[in-house]
Design a protein around this ligand. Structure first.
Ligand code: CO
Length: 215
């Protein structure tokens, strides 16, 4: 209960501080939201992207789940995407992964974690698809980081194939899709792929070094 109490106390003091500087801060945002960004991020508690990017309430539409998945059978993420693109008309859709992602780590090992194994099955598939490249990375830490990055690329690709994005692109060049990774060691966001605005660029997301003949 002590911990919960702290949340309410913090909330009151933050609101007091903000409204002292700008009395209409919350009232102005109550009427409508006009976000430019949709963020699909990991549920991990160490990844407070809104705080770290300094966006104000109303600027970023957010969906978070374990290991920042954009699965084509997930009605939740698809509904968020459709609402953001077709109703809110967001310009940027970002998938943001993070190093040390527990979901990605779980998908790289052999241990079973129950129901969440189904959720993470796509990451296992990504690991298999990129086995050639991953086997050549001798450091476990570096391989882990690479799978985090490949997972982000895969999810950006998944977004590109949704009817929502295909439909939007057929009408214009919006939304722009972006893949980012957040480094929880230093707090910095790193761009992996930016400005994916059509199917040609989307296809490049899945390219990976292949074995050459005689390799
Ligand atoms: Co994570």
């Amino acid at each position: 209960m002590e911990n919960l109490k702290r949340l309410f106390e913090n909330n009151r003091s933050i609101v007091a501080e903000v409204t002292q500087a700008d009395p209409e801060y919350f009232a102005r945002r109550a009427g409508k939201q006009e976000p430019h960004f949709l963020l699909i991020g990991c549920a991990d508690s160490r990844v407070p992207i809104e705080t770290l990017t300094g966006v104000a309430p109303g600027e970023m539409f957010v969906h978070r789940n374990i290991a920042n998945q954009a699965l084509s059978a997930d009605i939740n993420v698809l509904s968020v995407l459709q609402y953001a693109v077709e109703v809110l008309d967001v310009k940027h859709v970002m998938v943001c992964g993070h190093y040390q992602c527990g979901g990605v780590k779980a998908a790289m090992g052999d241990q079973s974690y129950g129901l969440v194994d189904y959720w993470l099955a796509g990451i296992r598939d990504t690991v298999r698809r990129h086995e050639f490249e991953l086997r050549r990375i001798s450091s476990d830490e570096e391989r882990f980081k690479r799978v985090v990055e490949l997972n982000v690329m895969r999810q950006v690709y998944n977004l590109s194939r949704t009817p929502v994005v295909q439909g939007a692109w057929s009408r214009g060049r919006r939304p722009l899709l972006h893949g980012l990774v957040y480094d929880i060691h230093d707090g910095l966001l790193k761009p992996l792929v930016l400005q994916v605005d059509g199917n040609d660029k989307a296809r490049e997301l899945l390219e990976t070094p292949r074995a050459s003949i005689g390799d």
